[in-house]
Design a protein around this ligand. Structure first.
Ligand code: DC
Length: 220
C-alpha cells in the first residue's frame, strides 16, 4: 500500500488527538498534533507577556517549535524545552485559540506542517489540515460531537489531573472556543467538501476506531 496523508479536523475536545494517535500506530505512520504547535506559541506569548499581534509576529523568528519522543509519547518542545505539560492547561488552550487568528502565525506553522508531510505516511490533526495544510490529502476526517459531550470529556480530564473545574465554565469555554475557531477570518475551522464526517457523541472509543480503521483500509 502506498503511504497516504490522513487529515483529521474537528472541534476542540472531540478526541481528535486520541483518534489520530491510534490511527498512526495502526498504520505505522507519524502523528503530528498541530494544536500542540499553536499551544506552544501561545505559551511563549504568555511567558513573554505579548498580546499585540505586531509584537507576536515580530517574535516569530525567536520561536522554535519541535517534537521529541518521551517513553514513546510525543511531546512538544519550545526552543528546545519540553513544554508538553505546560501547554495542556485551559489558559494555554485559550491563548492558542487567540494567537491562531493571526495570519502570520498560521503561515509560520503551516509551512512547517507541510514540510512534515512531504514523504506522506502521516496523520495530522488540527482545524485546517484538510482545507489548508493538505488540501490534497487522500483521507480527510471531520470529527464532531455535541458541545455537552465534549465539555463532559474535558471536565473528566481536568478532574483526573486533580483540578476542580466548574462544569458550566468548561461548557462555556468549549462553546466560546468553537465560536472563535469557526468565525476567525484566517482559515476558520470548516469541513472540507471531501471530508468524511464522524460524529462520535454516541460511540464508544472502540466503535469509533473500527469506523475509522475501515475508512483507512479502503486505501489498502
Ligand atoms: O486542538 P487544540 O485544542 O490543542 O488546539 C488549540 C487551539 O489551536 C485551537 O483552539 C485552535 C488552534 N488550532 C488552529 O487554529 N489550527 C490548527 N491546525 C490546530 C489548532
Amino acid at each position: 500500500m502506498n503511504k497516504i496523508i490522513v487529515a483529521i479536523d474537528g472541534y476542540s475536545s472531540c478526541g481528535k488527538s486520541t483518534i489520530a494517535k491510534a490511527l498512526a500506530k495502526y498504520a505505522g505512520y507519524t502523528y503530528v498534533d498541530t494544536g500542540a504547535m499553536y499551544r506552544a506559541i501561545g505559551l511563549y506569548t504568555l511567558r513573554h507577556r505579548l498580546s499585540e499581534p505586531a509584537e507576536i509576529i515580530a517574535a516569530l523568528p525567536d520561536i522554535k517549535v519541535g517534537f521529541i519522543l518521551v517513553d514513546g509519547a510525543q511531546h512538544v518542545t519550545l526552543n528546545g524545552e519540553d513544554v508538553e505539560s505546560q501547554i495542556r492547561t485551559l489558559e494555554a488552550g485559550n491563548q492558542a485559540s487567540r494567537i491562531s487568528q493571526i495570519k502570520e502565525v498560521r503561515a509560520f506553522l503551516v509551512a512547517q506542517q507541510q514540510a512534515m508531510g512531504i514523504e506522506k505516511g502521516i496523520v495530522m490533526d488540527g482545524r485546517d489540515i484538510g482545507t489548508v495544510v493538505f488540501p490534497n490529502a487522500e483521507l480527510k476526517l471531520f470529527l464532531t460531537a455535541s458541545p455537552e459531550v465534549r465539555a463532559q470529556r474535558r471536565y473528566d480530564e481536568l478532574v483526573a489531573k486533580g483540578e476542580k473545574p466548574d462544569f458550566d465554565e468548561v461548557l462555556k469555554d468549549v462553546t466560546d472556543r468553537d465560536y472563535r475557531d469557526t468565525h476567525r477570518a484566517e482559515s476558520p475551522l470548516r469541513q472540507a467538501d471531501d471530508a468524511i464526517v464522524v460524529d462520535n457523541s454516541h460511540m464508544t472509543p472502540d466503535e469509533q476506531m473500527e469506523v475509522i480503521y475501515g475508512y483507512f483500509n479502503r486505501f489498502k
